[in-house]
Design a protein around this ligand. Sequence first.
Ligand code: SF4
Ligand code: SF4
Length: 417
Amino acid sequence: MTATLGAPVALTAPAPVRGTGPATLIDQFELGLDAPICLTWELTYACNLACSHCLSASGKRDPRELSTEQCKSIIDELERMQVFYVNIGGGEPTIRPDFWELVDYATEHHVGVKFSTNGVRINEKVAARLAASDYVDVQISIDGATAEVNDAVRGKGSFDMAVRALRNLRDAGFRDAKISVVMTRHNIPQLDQFKALADEYKATLRITRLRPSGRGADVWDDLHPTKEQQRELYNWLVAHGEGVLTGDSFFHLSAYGEALPGLNLCGAGRVVCLIDPLGDVYACPFAIHDKFLAGSVVRDGGFQQVWQHSELFLDLRSPQTGGACAKCSHFDSCRGGCMAAKFFTGLPLDGPDPECVQGYGEALLAGDREIPAASQDHSRTGKRKERNRSGPIPLTLSIKPPTKICDENPVSGMRPV
Ligand code: SF4
Ligand code: SF4
């Protein structure tokens, strides 16, 4: 999928769900809000690409995907909850035949749209249409500043496709598209080139952390930045980060010293959540697993009900002890790092992040741990690669023939556009 967790957008006046007396904004965030400030909605698991690190293990459309009418009723509810923006992703959301209809419906109902795409449908005509809207933002995913680095992860031809989309948007006068990059061992040396690419296309650079979720779990060992690269990234952000979006991606790096801009805490279930293509609600886009399933907008009385009353979310909003990290002198800035990164690497949720900059995660990774089995997989290439395998994982797309027709065509069963 194209990662969608964006910089937080103030959507609604923060109102604590629980607690009394005056509270700081961060206190309010920790207690949870009436509505999420960063809601990601994956419209489909179908995708024309098969990126090796896809966090939702996308590829095939799930036949149980929400219908157009069900999507519209979610938008109605978001409007009632005063969720003014939604981050739409997938899969590749634009290959849903009703994608533009849903975008129009959302903006007509006061729900702005930021969508993530690999660029496949951003031709000149679409770019002109997007440039005419004040309520739609576009994020193009690129994971290398050169075709060589990008295509090794995202597939042959994907760099050219993304750059063509950026060119079309710029030439149509679209203001401030985002270039969304998942930082890996191979592209950290390209940080300056990414910035130059963003400048060339009058876009804003947005970088996110590689999480070991979805197919990302299969390649995390080989792709996540080295210790030295983490420091390099931190230094680069301190020196050049102004105007670069990071969301909550790198707050674990704040333990190096200066806090980085963005949300400096895990917002899962507090200010962040995900609605998946079936209407299931998870605590965070990087935590698509039964363990973080809060409920269903279809079966559990709608999104508001799940967001405000699910047991999981109430638990995530309850005061946390900090566990083993509480004794760390950097806890206030790092807060033990990312819950999803810990979970999918088999580390305790109340201990250090696997990429803890003090090195505690590394020590834990070297010990006994049980990596949780994926609870879902939508890959078109069949069975996912085994974790804990020996030998390197090739970072190229599989060219195995499909076993079923729907393995070949991600939009199989959909109406033609
Ligand atoms: S689980 Fe990780 S990615 Fe998700 S909100 Fe928390 S810190 Fe961010
Ligand atoms: S020990 Fe925990 S709080 Fe300290 S830097 Fe590592 S992950 Fe962060």
